[in-house]
Design a protein around this ligand. Structure first.
Ligand SMILES: NC(=O)c1ccc[n+]([C@@H]2O[C@H](COP(=O)([O-])OP(=O)(O)OC[C@H]3O[C@@H](n4cnc5c(N)ncnc54)[C@H](OP(=O)(O)O)[C@@H]3O)[C@@H](O)[C@H]2O)c1
Length: 327
């Protein structure tokens, strides 16, 4: 494989950001794009110099020139689209949250394995150099034993009952849109199997979760994760250990900066390389590496991690009595 040839489906807001990073990566090329609206596909193809554009997704799935499909649609669509892509023999990178629930994801995971295809949730945070550096600091014992994690993702989103965020039928709600980041952050450091999870949510008038809080319990440690889109906090994250702490400043999940403090609160190291493009390039580099090496899963973001976070979210929604349309 020379360059990885990508096909993007559902070219909306995130697809645009992703395409900027993709077009800057030497190991990839944007080959095709598909939208339900062919004019939109054509415009996107022109903007990013894609060779082909389609007015339906199926034609892209059947295009023999596509090595991997990037799914950038709204969450409720991911399951059926990822299934079609895999059934057509395509590798898949799917936006977060990858599916509405763990049952849907399990089916896709099994399908990808059966067909020997690459499949990954686009949890770009895990590939960011600042996040990788923090993990190195922890593994090197720089903060001692991790005792406590605090991570929030809140975003003041104006109420609009037609916006996917507020719509139950599109898989809206704050845990699938925002909470997946702090939960993944905590799990990637303390483990994907907390022995107990407590949660609370405010379910708003459009029957999705507008605000939610989680406490994840581990032997000798716990994590607090908040998310919500009718209020906005600083959205920093802290990893607090017995000998120091690590801080990520505002918008922790996309930051290029990690700060290391000793037990006296003195800053001892600041890791701050600017992103090559906009931060999405690091997950793209990982996909390129996996495909070139014939790997079907990323070691940094294997499917079992994604499944565990989905199970935490499923259990929380069950406690709150919240189901999505069609579930
Ligand atoms: N990684 C990140 O940082 C990040 C950031 C934001 C969002 N996301 C994730 O990316 C996904 C898309 O988010 P977005 O904000 O980019 O969404 P968006 O712009 O609202 O929509 C993306 C695309 O989804 C399709 N779509 C929209 N409404 C639909 C509907 N009612 N029924 C069927 N398809 C519909 C459209 O595709 P067509 O062009 O084909 O019509 C649209 O272009 C979500 O899963 C979200 O969680 C990730």
């Amino acid at each position: 494989m020379d360059k990885v040839r990508w096909g993007i489906i559902a070219p909306g807001r995130i697809a645009d950001t992703f395409a900027k990073a993709l077009c800057n990566s030497e190991g990839s090329t944007l080959y095709a794009v598909a939208s339900r609206d062919i004019r939109k596909a054509e415009e996107f193809a022109k903007k990013y110099s894609a060779q082909k554009f389609y007015g339906d997704y199926d034609s892209l799935f059947k295009d023999g020139g596509v090595d991997i499909v990037y799914i950038a649609s709204t969450t409720a669509q991911h399951y059926s689209q990822a299934k079609s892509a895999l059934m057509n023999g395509k590798n898949v990178l799917c936006e977060k949250t990858v599916t509405l629930n763990s049952a849907q994801f399990t089916e896709l995971m099994n399908l990808a394995r059966e067909k020997n295809l690459f499949f990954m949730e686009a949890m770009w945070m895990k590939f960011l150099p600042a996040f990788r550096k923090a993990k190195d600091w922890i593994n090197e014992g720089r903060i001692g034993a991790v005792r406590m994690i605090k991570a929030d993702f809140t975003n003041l989103c104006p109420f609009d009952e037609n916006d996917r965020l507020y719509r139950n039928d599109l898989g809206g709600g704050c845990i699938l849109d925002l909470g997946v980041y702090p939960l993944t952050f905590a799990c990637d450091i303390l483990g994907y199997r907390p022995f107990r999870v407590e949660s609370a949510a405010y379910i708003g008038k459009t029957n999705v979760d507008y605000d939610a809080s989680f406490i994840l319990y581990y032997p000798g440690a716990f994590a607090r994760c908040d998310c919500g889109f009718d209020c906005e906090n600083e959205n920093a994250a802290f990893i607090v250990g017995s000998k120091g702490r690590i801080r990520f400043e505002r918008w922790f999940f996309c930051t290029d900066t990690a700060l290391l403090y000793d037990e006296n609160g003195t800053l001892v190291e600041k890791y701050h390389p600017p992103h090559d493009v906009n931060g999405y390039e690091y997950e793209i580099y990982e996909v390129e590496k996996c495909l070139k090496q014939g790997k079907k899963e990323s070691e940094i973001n294997p499917m079992i991690h994604t499944l565990s976070v989905l199970q935490i979210m499923d259990n929380a929604r069950q406690d709150w009595g919240l189901r999505f349309e069609g579930e």
